[in-house]
Design a protein around this ligand. Sequence first.
Ligand code: AMP
Length: 194
Amino acid sequence: MRLLLIGAPGAGKGTQATRIAEHFGVAHISSGDLLRHHVARGTSIGRRAKDYMDRGDLVPDALVMDMLRKPVIKATKAGGYVLDGFPRTVEQAQAAYRVAKGLGASVQVAVLLEVDSATLVARLVARGEEAGRSDDTQEVIEHRIAVYEERTQPLIDYYRQRERLVTVNGDRPVDEVTWSVIVQLERVRRLLTD
Ligand code: AMP
């Protein structure tokens, strides 16, 4: 099963991606987590990505694509993946599709986590206080949400027209959200194997 999650910052993508990956026994690949590891280790990817991340801007496509190529191919061979945070733009989705289709690694289903924007800001401010993330300050959060609305939301229509799109209301308690995603994905999985 190869799927991806779309959701604004603070929609709960990371939490849900971990649980979905565990349920289906596939790899959870988070572009944001991988980038933060590169920054922490001071790699060349990390050094080139840091300023964009601190401002809440998107890191250039080529950096993200290079970073993800190996983990996505490896996960595909091992049974699939849950991508969390990638693609972030229609251009990334198109570029990823061009690379992945020949490898049998392209995405089969997209999951949209819908959360009201007031809830997002409150969750992110709380998370910044807990985790000390340098991009979870009020100003950067608002910018990241604006970037999501402008650059990432068009992906919803892109996937609605191409692949299967599963939509869930992410405003509910996390266990209910997980349950609802998994029930819908199980249905899709049966269709894919039929
Ligand atoms: P996230 O943890 O998904 O919220 O990502 C944190 C930050 O990493 C974002 O604000 C971007 O600066 C960067 N980032 C993560 N994924 C991508 C991506 N697919 N394309 C560009 N930048 C990304």
